[in-house]
Design a protein around this ligand. Sequence first.
Ligand code: ADP
Length: 266
Amino acid sequence: MLIVKAGGGPGINWDGLAADLVEARGREETVLIHGGNAVRDALAARLGVPVRRVVSPSGVASVVTDKDALDVFLMAYPGLASTGIVAGLRRRGLDAVGLSGVDGGLWRAKAKREIPVREGDKTKLLRGNRTGRVEAVEARLLQVLLRAGYLPVLCAPALDEDGLIVNADNDTAAAATAAALGAETMVFLFEAPGFLSDPDDPGSRVAEIPAAEIESRLPSARGGMARKLIAVSRALARGVRAVYFGDGRAARPLRDALAGRGTVFR
Ligand code: ADP
């Protein structure tokens, strides 16, 4: 089984990815998980709701999710982004079904109502946060869809312990989903040629990273990349055999990534 996580940047080549998914789907059961940053930012700007970005004490970047931000998130991810992606995949002949982590109780998260954030050289506690980390996956729902020949297309939000809607990181949720389904392979596509030893130098791609060396790569992971590396580490620890990073902007993004043209973790 193959789990593909496509990033939420504006440059992802969805046409190429759709063509690759048709191929992949012919070989093995496939689940697609996607982001939606670019759609969210554009919608927030249209609605006049500012997007507030924060950084954790360990340097991991995220976006603050208060009530207004959660509303925008819901309109952007399961709304505009997922519906558009599912329609595009269906035009290519893929039997795509869009689900958010709320549908069928698919993703259950541990709420993080307070998060420590770095402000200058101080650490502050941010309250009223509506995010969580996906820790359990309703695999049965996905198995039913996969067995019936559908391509599940998943994105946040998730439900927390109290059944409340929370924003959740899609990379972490993808790793939890791969583990729950016993998937052998995961692919992360985003807007870079793979993992770069210098994030400013596209020529510094690292072709292979053994699981034991992932932690030592954290200092060269900027922004959302740190969380992606942690998700990779978790996926490998929970039974995924190989994780591939690839350039989502390529003509055939998934095919190239699986051919080792990005970064392979095992
Ligand atoms: P996505 O929504 O596409 O998954 P993220 O921002 O979470 O986006 O992660 C991908 C981005 O991380 C890349 O597009 C790149 O700009 C950035 N990045 C930071 N550090 C690195 C690195 N060491 N190697 C590659 N990309 C990196």
